[in-house]
Design a protein around this ligand. Sequence first.
Ligand SMILES: [Zn+2]
Length: 452
Amino acid sequence: MNPRWKLLCALTSLLGLLAYCPSSSSQARPLPGKDVNTIYDRLLPQIEKIPIVDMHAHPGYWDDSDVDAMAVTTTELDPARSRPTNAEWAAAAKALYGYPYSDLSPEHARWLDEKDDELRKQWGKEYWSKILDKEGIQVSVANRVAMDYLEDNPRFRFVFFVDPFMFPFDNQKLAISPDRAVYFPIQEKALHRYLQQAGVSQLPADFAGYEAAMHRKLELDKQHGAVAIKFEAPYFRSLVNITDPPREQAEGIYNKYHAGGVPTADEYRIFQDYIFRSLIAQAGPLHLEVHIHSAVGSGNYYHLSEGNAMDLENILRDPRYKDTIFVMIHGGFPYTEQSIWLAALPNVYLDTSEFNLLVYPAQYSRILKEWFEIFPEKIVFGSDCFPYSREIAVPETYWLAVQTARTAAAAALAEMISEGEITEARALEIARGYLHDNTARLFGIELLSAKH
Ligand SMILES: [Zn+2]
C-alpha cells in the first residue's frame, strides 16, 4: 500500500472513523506480490474455457503440399523448442490421442502414425471439425494455396497467398540461394493455377489484362468466403524500402518481359513494388484483410533483416490504405518491443503465431505482457499450425500453440493484476479479446463480450 494511504488509514482508525480504506492501492507497482501464483491458478481454468478464433494457421493432412506456397527447407539448427526431441510433442500426442510414450522415437512414433491413419478413416469428413473440438478452437484461418477438402467446412476461413503475382517473368536471377531455388518453381506453379482460376490460360498480352486477372482472383476468393490475402514476401524478396512506382513504369516492364527475357534486378524490383501495392489497393475495397509475414523465417538463407515489420511503416501509414485491415503475421518477432507501436494505427493488428513454438511459455508471457500493457485490443491469437512431419503435424502444432497461449496469457495477466495495473474482470476481458473477440470482430463472428 502507498505510504500516504497507510498514514491516512492509521489516522482514520485512530480517530475511529474508518471511512475509506481500500484493500489495495490504485497505483501500479513494478513487482508482482506474493499473490501472483494464486491469481494465476484462479485465471487459468477460466482462460482454458475461452473458445479460440485462430488468425493464422495452415491446417491440412501431414502429406498435403497445399498448406503453403513454398516448402520448408533445411534449417540446420532449429530453435530448441521446435526440435523433434522436445518432450512437449509427445505430451501433445498424449493429450490428443492418449499416446502412451514420452518421446517420438521411430518405434514409438509408429503408434501415432497408425492412430492418425485410423482416425482419418473413422472420422472421414468430420476429421477436421473433430480436431478443432479437441483443441478448443471454434474457428480457424486456413492459410493455404487452395481450400480443397476444407472448402465446405464452416469452421475454417480461407486466406490465400498472393506473392505469386509479383513473379510472372523469368525468375532464374532471383533464385540466389538454395532455398529460393526451391521456392520459385512453387511460386510459378501457383501463379499458373491462379491465372487458370481467373479464366486465363497464360500471361495476358497486356498489363491491363494481367491486372484484371489479379482482380478476378481476389473477387472469386472473396465470393467463396476468403477473409484475407497473404504475403510471405520476405521468403522471396526484401521488405526494405518498398517504393511507389507509377503504373506506366510497371506496364513498360510487363510489356518488355511477359513473353520472355530476364528482367534486370532493378526492373523486377520496381515491378514487384507496384504489384505489392496494387494488391493491397485492390484488397481493401473488397474487404479482404492484408496479412504480411513480418518476422524471423525458416531456412538457412532467410534474411531476418529483410522481414522486419518496421520496414512496412511506409505502407501501413499510407493514407490510401487507411481503411484496409493489416495483420502483422508473427507480430514482428523478435523485434516485438518496436512492432507493438505499429498497432497504434486503428487498422493494424499483431498476430502472436510462430514464436509461440520458438520460445517457451515464460518468455512468451513476457512478450504478451508487454503487448497487453500497451494495445491489448489489437493482439490476436495465431497458432501457425503446420505439418512439419508425420508426427509433428497440424493437430500437435495446434495443441502446443494453444497451450502456450493460454498459460502464457494467464501468467501475463496474473502479473498485471498483482502489480495493480488491472482488475481481474478486465484481465478476463483482455483474454477473451486476445483468444476470441479481437479476431471474431473482424470476421463477423458473435463476440463473447456480448454474452458477458
Ligand atoms: Zn504461417
